[in-house]
Design a binder for this molecule. Structure first.
Ligand SMILES: [Fe+2]
Ligand SMILES: [Fe+2]
Length: 475
């Protein structure tokens, strides 16, 4: 990232520009042009953009996948501004716009016509062409647009998936080696783990949805290791929504990867036991939290004592009301990192096929339960942070559409109001016959002919029931 070059705080300025755009759109949607609120919003937008122009020469706002870029810097969005930006990106994308470029010399008078055209109903057939025609007829000389198709997709294209896969596979391998060493009581190469976590953080920051897609690569035999890596990915994804900086994300990811390190000292028979555990076996399994804390304390290779990570190992089953384990005699508040990893851990565990859980819940039901049932003991705000990242139907969910076609969710919708309308790959026709080539469909796009959603999800279903490996369609 190029934060701070030439004294410009991109994150700050970028968010302000987006907020101003949203303000102008919203006020002009509600009031006539001459209204004070509208004029103020346009003044604000013009002032902000002009200031950046004097430093930068030009300003480009681009939407790539789930992200906004101001020139070359990706803007970090947090929970408080997520909704605002979601509806701004929606407004652009409805017109097929992928990037707005503003050149030096832009006049205050150019904003009103531009924003007004954005507010007009998008043309059903070719929204971008129609927008350009309308813009050409307006007194706007310094605002240029690029179509969505020119700037979209790099996130999910082959290369991005490949990069994500490489990072994922390497991390699973490292987790396997390191946890194996812990089990054997051998010295652990902590540096290797750190590098691996850095790789995950970098990939999540640049390539989030591909990285989330990797968590659907669930390999029964490798569960212990893929679980650690998945928990690391989901934790970093959530941490990013919470506005953590890169170093904090890395600390969080490290603890997430190590959260179950104590399980290496629990007998394999218990870890792999199909069916329920006896009381004694439960007691032993629960020890993995305390054991984890001790193991991390003993690990060499940390410059400082890894207190945060020790807490995460110790507290991740404690629940926010402390009804979990280990039991507490005194009141305490779980650390933020522990609460994050608890949510990531539970989500991954509940949606995975493991030896002792043959029927995982559908991911949407897991998220709902975690959010709505206080007895589960998760921080509801953090569950919401996860939902904004994964959507109501997380990537990899198998769904039935109202057309009776079957589809796999392939990408989340970035607009928080449309989290229930993801992008999907249709894999079978209404009669259940598999399609030779899956068809990608964005459920958030209305059918131009009817103005209504082309398809909606009526329910989720179990891939195992149909012998489907969802990751085959995604990775
Ligand atoms: Fe655990
Ligand atoms: Fe776990």
């Amino acid at each position: 990232m190029t934060d701070g070059s030439k004294g410009l705080n991109y994150q700050e300025e970028g968010r302000r520009v987006l907020t101003a755009f949203y303000g102008a759109l919203n006020s002009l949607r509600l009031y006539p042009l001459e209204n004070d609120a509208v004029q103020q919003a346009l003044d604000e937008l013009h002032a902000l953009v002009t200031r950046i122009l004097t430093i930068e020469g030009d300003v480009e706002i681009r939407i790539v996948g789930d992200f906004f870029f101001l020139n070359e810097t990706r803007l970090r969005l947090d929970l408080s501004n997520f909704a605002t930006f979601g509806s701004f990106s929606r407004a652009l994308q409805d017109h097929g716009i992928g990037a707005v470029e503003i050149r030096a010399g832009v006049q205050r008078s150019e904003w009103a016509p531009f924003v007004s055209i954005l507010l007009r109903k998008p043309h059903a057939e070719d929204p971008f062409e129609a927008f350009m025609d309308r813009l050409a007829a307006a007194p706007v000389q310094h605002i240029e647009l690029r179509p969505e198709k020119d700037v979209q997709e790099p996130e999910k294209d082959e290369e991005a998936l490949l990069a994500a896969k490489r990072t994922y596979a390497q991390s699973v391998q490292v987790a396997k080696e390191v946890l194996g060493d812990v089990r054997l009581g051998k010295a652990v190469n902590v540096r290797k783990v750190k590098r691996s976590v850095q790789g995950i953080v970098d990939q999540v920051l640049s390539n989030e949805s591909s990285m989330i897609t990797m968590t659907t690569l669930r390999d029964f035999d490798e569960y212990t290791f893929t679980h650690c890596v998945n928990v690391c990915i989901f934790s970093v994804v959530m941490g990013q929504r919470l506005g953590l900086d890169k170093h904090q994300l890395y600390e969080l990811g490290l603890g997430a990867l190590f959260h179950d390190i104590g399980k290496q000292l629990v007998s394999r028979d218990i870890i792999n036991k199909p069916g329920g555990l006896t009381d004694d076996e439960w007691v032993e399994l629960k020890e993995h939290t305390t054991e984890g804390l001790l193991q991390l304390f003993r690990l060499h290779g940390f410059v400082d004592v890894p207190y945060r990570q020790m807490l995460m190992a110790y507290e991740h089953h404690m629940k926010i009301d402390l009804t979990g384990y280990p039991q507490n005699t005194r009141p305490r508040e779980l650390s933020l990192f522990s609460r994050v990893v608890a949510v990531a851990d539970a989500f991954d565990a509940a949606t995975s096929v493991r030896s002792y859980q043959y029927n995982p819940w559908p991911p949407d039901a897991v998220l709902r339960e975690m959010r709505d049932n206080p007895k589960r003991g998760f921080d509801p705000l953090l569950v919401k942070a996860l939902i904004t990242a994964t959507g109501v139907y997380p990537i990899g969910t198998l769904v039935i559409l109202d057309s009776h076609e079957m589809a796999v969710v392939s990408d989340v919708n970035k607009d928080p109001n449309l989290l229930h309308r993801p992008r999907v790959k249709i894999i079978s026709d209404p009669l259940g016959v598999p399609l030779v080539e899956p068809i990608t469909l964005d459920l958030a796009r209305d059918d131009p002919a009817t103005g209504r959603p082309a398809r909606t999800i009526i329910k989720t279903t179990d891939p195992q029931k149909y012998g489907i490996q969802v990751s085959d369609y995604l990775t």
